[in-house]
Ligand binder design. Structure first.
Ligand SMILES: [Zn+2]
Length: 364
């Protein structure tokens, strides 16, 4: 049985711009309504760091400019109607400042995984306590037990893995096999343990399994594909949207790092060529892939893993800010496909899996 977990990163633009109502509340309302029609379950990965800033602004000014109250109401509604809310943290919000209507990020704390252990622990503790206090009022059994790092950055792993365990979070869902970044955050998940099967993680390296590991990685399902697989209407929309809301520091090239013009052009050309010939990490993204791509993807997963007896999580990722009407229409056949094949597929939440069974498999 393949349990489909729709995890939704719930946040405004990464540079602190945008309306929380338009980018979070309104699209997630539409998504919850659509999911309810198919009996599907949504897991909202709420960026609590920014939500706490919206709350602070409301409490300090009496003005709910960032729709904090609607966000709170939406998270409660999700829990009350059988969906889930888990933790996502963009750490650069904690010390961010509101300048001209935009949350100016505190770049020194951009990469959570690079911060000192005590600071990481403090942030996780604050955010987890917030979610549990808000949501146990709706369901006394609610627990914040799963985490996704901002920008998928779980590297270096030691501080963040230790802090998650210390704070009682036993699932991480940041890793996607083949993923690589080498800019403001740095990670290389090329050799991570699996593209789909969960593993107990080695404290020193989230990509490696350690039979005694207390934190279980449930990776975002990923395949290697050439660039043409990425050409979907919503991905074009996402690229356009990102170009309109760039991080301030990215806009200023560092002159000392500029290469001579001729060399620069040659290297740009070879980079462009390899962009078309190389394969890239194609995440199972329910906002950027089409419904047809998702159905085909799930059938491939079934061929590879469907024979295993235990219930396996298939983690999909999405972002509320790119849930367009086109996406809503395109997603419908995929939700219908899962609902219509209950012998093989189901909708799931993180609490539906036996984590211990994933640990045992490793030791046997
Ligand atoms: Zn995020």
């Amino acid at each position: 049985m393949l349990g489909n977990l729709f995890t939704l990163d719930y946040e405004i633009h990464g540079n602190g711009e945008g309306s929380p109502y338009q980018l979070m509340v309104a699209p997630t309302d539409r998504m919850l309504e659509q999911f309810d029609r198919y009996g599907a379950k949504l897991t909202i990965m709420a960026d609590v760091a920014e939500i706490l800033k919206f709350k602070e602004h409301f409490e300090a000014t009496g003005k709910d400019t960032f729709d904090y109250l609607k966000i709170e109401e939406q998270l409660k509604r999700a829990i009350a109607t059988g969906h889930d809310v888990q933790l996502h943290i963009h750490s650069s919000y904690f010390k961010s400042k509101l300048v001209d209507g935009r949350w100016q990020q505190h770049w020194d704390e951009y990469s959570l995984a690079d911060l000192p252990y005590q600071r990481v622990k403090e942030m996780i503790q604050t955010c987890k306590a917030y979610l549990e206090s808000l949501l146990t009022a709706v369901d006394s059994t609610y627990r914040c037990h799963a985490f996704r790092a901002a920008n998928w950055s779980m590297s270096p792993s030691q501080n963040i893995v230790k802090a998650l365990i210390e704070e009682g979070i036993n699932i991480d869902t940041s890793v996607f096999k083949y993923g690589k970044r080498n800019d403001r955050v740095k990670f290389d998940y090329t050799h991570s343990h699996s593209d789909l099967l969960p593993w107990p993680v080695d404290v020193l390296d989230v990509c490696k399994k350690d039979p005694d590991g207390e934190l279980v990685e449930i990776p975002i399902y990923t395949e290697l594909k050439n660039v043409w697989a990425f050409l979907t209407p919503n991905r074009v929309f996402r690229v356009f949207q990102a170009s309109q809301h760039k991080h301030a520091k990215y806009d200023e090239p560092d002159m000392e790092e500029q290469e001579p013009a001729a060399q620069n052009n040659a290297s740009k050309f070879s980079k462009l060529m390899s962009f078309f010939t190389d394969k890239h990490a194609w995440k199972f993204d329910f906002n950027q892939c089409t419904g047809t791509q998702l159905i085909r993807g799930l059938k491939r997963i079934d061929r590879q893993y469907g024979h295993l007896e235990k219930k396996l999580p298939v983690v999909l990722i999405g972002h509320s800010k790119i849930f367009t009407k086109i996406n809503e229409k395109s997603l419908a056949p995929f939700l219908d496909f899962i609902a219509s094949n209950p012998d093989k597929y189901c909708f799931a939440k993180f609490g539906d899996f036996d984590l211990q069974s994933f640990k045992e498999e490793v030791t046997s």
